[in-house]
Ligand binder design. Structure first.
Ligand code: PLP
Length: 491
């Protein structure tokens, strides 16, 4: 299986190399050469276990791994980490279904991919005779950091350093990171905001040559969602949801299902599009955004316009103006040459415009919508009142967008809403939604308050960190991040 750069189809790498490289040599993203080799007939699903679905998909993406190796990756990624080895339980809520992707170790959907990526990466190292230690560098605004730390902790041949902004993340998110065990993990607060931390990490990647000299035996990599090794594991839950809907009699094999996805970097929803290209009967993929509605505008007009005000919202993991993974969709609808042109325009002017034909191709597969904070909170409250179902802010954005979309359809069909975080991870906003009270972020107190109010269970992994003392208390100036890496990388 070859992967091509989204910006130049002459730039090719083989399967597991794509995981190691993360990004193509010309700055584009890796995309499968063709989807025919990836075909997965949904009739096969009936006799498959959840783990077998993941194996089937990862095996077709990374053809240089043996069956045994893939089995081992999937086992290490999921067994004992997700209840009943189920990465995505489905709940019926009203007429629709909510796919809960947050039952992993850190209670957000990024666990699904970041539990698998480290094991894919060490296998890829073996296959490509890479002896160096892979050092993962990540800047996080919250969810990615703890999922990446937990995924890479004590994985041999890897080290990980996570930088998070000292201001702007929640008490629980910080505690999830600073209590992370593992001999190969480092967590460091940066004096500044998320942009400062992110800029620091980007500069370090740009300066990788120098760091190579300073840290012999180390190669730098990223756990960012542009890595194909993060995207591929996510495809599994679309197939798994389909299997479950056949099993419970909601659909017959071949009938379409629509998915609404709370979207930030466009990784989660793109995995759904890949599933469709592989043969899953997906109807519409509905892209849900918060007040940062750059994608809604893009789907409506065909114009991507990144120069616009940035809003800090109650669904912070979707606060983003440039969705990196969108580049893969652009390549699939407009081709490599046009993608190169559009990405150049985006970098230079902050915008680009699809032709009406390209826009039309995209709209045959996707729809979109957005919800602001007020609508998000009102949705949490009304869904809880009507269905006794508690959802977090990100899920609520998607729920609202899905309901609005259904109103516009004569036959809305079967709809699945992806739920990306536990309500306990965003307890302050959920309490505000239910009571109208705006509370100070006191961390664990909020969790217990939400539990008292609703009687729903606090996820074990979140409750467990309450009594754990922080293992990491490093803080660095934003201009000193490189020195911090050199110091930790050498040891
Ligand atoms: C990362 C994240 C998202 C957005 O997912 P993308 O793949 O970046 O589109 C949505 N919700 C939560 C809770 C997340 O952590």
């Amino acid at each position: 299986m070859f992967y091509l750069s989204t910006r130049d189809k002459a730039i090719k790498v083989l399967h597991s190399q794509a995981i190691l490289n993360g990004i193509a040599a010309d700055g584009g993203l890796n995309i499968p050469e063709n989807f025919d080799e990836l075909k997965f007939n949904p009739q096969e699903l009936e006799s498959m276990s959840n783990l077998e679905i993941s194996e089937r998909i990862l095996g077709s993406f990374f053809t240089d791994f043996t069956k045994e190796e893939i089995k081992e990756v999937v086992k290490k990624a999921y067994v004992g980490k997700f209840p009943d080895n189920d990465i995505a339980p489905l709940s019926a809520v009203g007429d629709d279904f909510v796919m809960e992707l947050y039952h992993g170790p850190t209670c957000a959907f990024k666990d699904v991919a970041l539990s698998a990526l480290p094991h894919l990466m060490i296998k890829a190292k073996e296959k490509n005779n890479v002896d160096e230690t892979v050092l993962i560098l990540t800047a996080t605004s919250g969810d990615t950091g703890s999922a990446a730390l937990t995924g890479f902790a004590d994985v041999p041949g890897t080290k990980i350093i996570v930088f998070y902004p000292k201001t702007g993340i929640s008490v629980i998110q910080e505690r999830q990171m600073t209590t992370c065990k593992g001999k190969n993990v480092n967590v460091c607060a940066v004096e500044g905001n998320f942009d400062d931390a992110q800029r620091g990490v980007k500069q370090i990647f740009a300066n990788a040559e120098k760091l190579r000299e300073e840290m012999p035996g180390i190669v730098l990599s990223s756990a960012n969602s542009i890595n194909i090794g993060r995207l591929a594991p996510q495809i599994a839950y679309y197939f798994k949801a389909y299997k479950e809907l056949m099993k419970n009699g909601t659909i017959k094999c071949g009938e379409p299902v629509n998915f609404t996805v709370p979207t930030g970097n466009f990784g989660d929803i793109l995995a759904g599009y890949f599933a469709k290209k592989m043969g899953l009967p997906v109807g519409k993929l509905i892209c849900a955004s918060n007040q940062n509605d750059v994608l809604t505008e893009f789907f409506e007009t065909g114009i991507y316009r990144s120069k616009r005000p940035f809003h800090i919202t109650k669904s912070p993991s979707m606060d983003i103006l440039v969705s990196s993974n969108l580049e893969r969709l652009i390549c699939m609808v407009a081709g490599h040459e046009k993608t190169k042109e559009y990405m150049k325009k985006l970098a230079e002017t902050g915008e680009y415009k699809l032709t009406s034909q390209e826009h039309g191709t995209m709209l045959a597969e996707f729809d979109s919508g957005c919800a602001n904070d007020e609508e998000t909170l009102a949705t949490i409250k009304s869904v809880y009142r009507e269905h006794e179902y508690l959802m977090d802010t990100h899920t609520a954005v998607a729920w609202k967008v899905c309901q609005d979309w259904k109103q516009t359809q004569t036959d809305p069909g079967v709809n699945v809403i992806l739920s990306t975080a536990s309500p306990y991870k965003f307890a302050g906003s959920v309490i505000e939604a239910l009571t109208g009270q705006k509370l100070e972020d006191t961390g664990f107190e909020l969790m217990y308050k939400l539990h008292e109010m609703t009687g729903s269970a606090i996820p074990e992994s979140l409750e467990a960190i309450k009594d754990m003392s922080p293992l990491h208390n490093d803080v660095t100036d934003k201009n000193e991040m490189q020195n911090y890496i050199i110091e930790k990388g050498r040891n």
